[in-house]
Design a protein around this ligand. Structure first.
Ligand SMILES: [Cu+2]
Length: 319
């Protein structure tokens, strides 16, 4: 089995990749062959049968048709497209029918990041972590606009829509890191939705899952908040080191006077943090765009408490 990238295609790192590549090569080389054949004949004929001096009276003397030749160019291409259809349809069925023993990961696309929820409550942002040699079913939906989930090495691509689930599956056949893209290039930052699929050995995956399972009872709220800060993608817009990003830094926010776009201001307390997470549009911090998505329905109460505790702890550190 060839598992390296070629000039044309990236590493075939999933169980369907070889099939798809073989069909792709078949179509590619058939097309190249006919392209060269037809173009070559056009050039040869144009030269050989060009109009020469004294040719005028020969114009009506050519053959009107040729039955064997016409039959050949109907039958041969029909057979070729039938082969492509049957081959392609089999591959399509294989890619569409999710194996019954698949492990399920919930994929959420939103402006502008991916988040993944695994069995046993683990979660991750932008990086999808999966075990090798295991069929993985992706149950995908979007919080806002259409996104498109694409892992070239797996030959898997699927649009991710709001208000309905889309399904895709793959089985990675080698350990490694593979690019993950959003290919819905109709908004400013889909092209920033770049991540990795990290394929781990089964043992490594099991320990990763254990480490990443959050919301464990009795966990220190600040510690839980720190994990949620990464797991729920707050870190894509908010830093904790004092530098503003797409959103204000969390450092020193708590207990400080926040200025809003409408000129009003308020001292940031627990309720303000909570409101900022659940209804980000209620008050817009001066100097920032209202781009924060609402986390209504995405965070449990205990998780909001933990985020508040974490942001509070950052306020204290800065003083
Ligand atoms: Cu996108």
């Amino acid at each position: 089995m060839d598992t390296t990238a070629t000039f044309w295609l990236p590493v075939p790192a999933s169980t369907v990749a070889q099939d798809i590549d073989a069909l792709w090569s078949f179509v590619f080389w058939i097309s190249t062959f006919f392209f060269l054949l037809i173009l070559g004949m056009m050039i040869v004929f144009a030269i050989r049968y060009r109009r020469r001096a004294g040719d005028v009276e020969r114009l009506d003397k050519g053959p009107s048709h040729n039955n064997p030749l016409e039959a050949a160019w109907i039958i041969i291409p029909t057979l070729i497209v039938l082969v492509i259809f049957v081959w392609g349809f089999r591959g399509y069925m294989k890619m569409t029918v999710v194996p019954a023993n698949s492990m399920e990961v919930k994929v959420t696309g939103q402006k502008w990041f991916w988040s993944f929820a695994y069995p046993e409550g683990a979660s991750s942002v932008n990086d999808l972590v999966v075990p090798v040699d295991t069929p993985v079913k992706l149950l995908m939906s979007s919080q806002d606009v259409i996104h498109s989930f694409y892992v070239p090495a797996f030959r898997v691509k699927r649009d991710v829509l709001p208000n309905r689930y889309q399904v895709a599956w793959f089985e990675a056949n080698q350990v490694g890191e593979f690019d993950l893209f959003c290919t819905e290039y109709c908004g400013t930052s889909h092209s920033d939705m770049i991540g990795k699929v990290r394929v781990l050995s089964k043992a490594d995956y099991a320990s990763w899952l254990e480490e990443s399972t959050i919301g464990a009872e009795g966990m220190d709220p600040v510690e839980l908040g720190r994990k949620l800060y990464t797991a729920k993608a707050c870190m894509t817009c908010h830093s904790v080191d004092g530098n503003p990003g797409n959103g204000p830094t969390f450092k020193g926010v708590f207990g400080h006077q926040v200025e809003f776009a409408d000129g009003s201001s308020l001292m940031a307390d627990e309720n303000y943090i909570r409101e900022s997470i659940l209804s980000p549009r209620a008050k817009i911090v001066a100097g920032f765009q209202p781009i924060m998505p609402t986390y209504q329905g995405l965070l449990k109460d205990a998780e909001i408490d933990a985020l508040v505790a974490y942001i509070k702890s950052l306020g204290a550190e800065s003083e």
